[in-house]
Design a protein around this ligand. Structure first.
Ligand code: GLY
Length: 315
């Protein structure tokens, strides 16, 4: 049996020590992944996940998250969830309490979160609101567009918002969705993904993080994989599943990740932004790939005192 380990994308290091504590004491990969991602979601300085995440074009924070269990390929996800700070826990509740379904979105996801007793919170921080207002850079008073009743103001607001969506491009610095993949002492492998999605996205847009096979896939026979970056590209390439298929054919994790990215790079996409991916096998092999130099992933084994960083293969 392989020793437990946990790995994650850029900025997951905020949560990995909590996950490793659980794994070291014999806890489950599901508990470890949820614990790690909750800490990331609660990190107000991270503007791409949970509370503090950048909002959609209307200034509303909408969150996507998913969990997939390798032994059963059970999947639970939420998309465009508003008002609940820990979407990964709501995704877990879908997985465990609503097994007849795999994905809830929008109002239905919020209703389910309420029925499960999750607490609501204001997710839009002052800092995220400031970044949103600056990014929209409206040319009229319609900056208050979320409340305006003037149709001219509404129109100007919509034009500004849609223009911004058209110009979507990667931000400076580490950005994007957070992936966490964990292997526990029983040999179970779980993949979790959480995100506030593309900043200033069209309201109701759900990305790959909530879609089985696209942003998240886990099959205990071969391994798990997850994606960050341009979700629409990952959906079109069925990115995470494509990585796992390559693991099944015998590729090592880094080669499998790089091959998927190379294939996705061939798709035409006027809004192209970087796509990145990670993979972990049931025997503890790990790897990642990215479209830009300098991308890393974080990993903790049972002997780690803190996350260690590994370079991703550049495609
Ligand atoms: N990969 C996250 C998203 O596109 O929302």
């Amino acid at each position: 049996m392989t020793d437990p380990m946990v790995m994650g994308s850029e900025r997951s290091e905020v949560g990995l020590p909590a996950a490793m504590e659980i794994l070291r004491s014999g806890g489950s990969a599901l508990d470890a992944v949820e614990a790690a991602l909750r800490r990331c979601e609660d990190n107000l300085e991270d503007h791409y996940v949970g509370s503090g995440g950048l909002p959609n074009a209307r200034g509303e924070v909408e969150l996507d998250a998913s969990l997939m269990v390798g032994s059963s390929r059970a999947f639970g996800a939420v998309g465009a969830l508003k008002g609940y700070p820990n979407p990964i826990s709501v995704a877990r509740a879908v997985l465990e309490k609503l097994p007849q379904h795999a994905l809830l979105v929008g109002e239905g996801a919020a209703l389910f979160a309420e029925e499960c007793g999750f607490a609501t919170a204001e997710l839009l921080t002052e800092e995220a609101k400031r970044l949103w207002r600056e990014a929209l850079a409206p040319s009229s008073d319609s900056v208050e567009g979320e409340n305006t009743s003037s149709s001219a103001g509404d129109d100007a607001y919509r034009v500004a918002a849609l223009d911004l969506v058209r110009r979507l491009s990667p931000h400076d610095g580490p950005w994007g969705t957070i992936n966490v993949l964990a292997l526990d002492a029983s040999g179970e492998l779980v993949v979790g993904v959480s995100t506030s999605g593309y900043p200033y996205k069209y309201p109701g847009r759900v990305g790959d993080s909530a879609i089985a096979g696209a942003g998240n896939y886990c099959d205990l026979r071969y391994g798990g994989a997850a994606c960050t970056g341009r979700g629409e590209l990952s959906m079109r390439a069925i990115g995470a599943r494509a990585v796992v298929e390559r693991l099944a054919l015998g590729d090592d994790p880094e080669t499998a990740c790089a091959a998927m990215l190379a294939e996705a790079a061939m798709l035409p996409d006027d809004f192209r932004a970087e796509l990145r991916t990670l993979a972990l096998t049931p025997d503890g092999r790990h790897g990642g790939a990215a479209g830009q130099a300098g991308s890393v992933y974080a990993l903790m084994s049972v002997t780690s005192t803190e996350p260690e960083f590994y370079p991703r293969k550049v495609v």
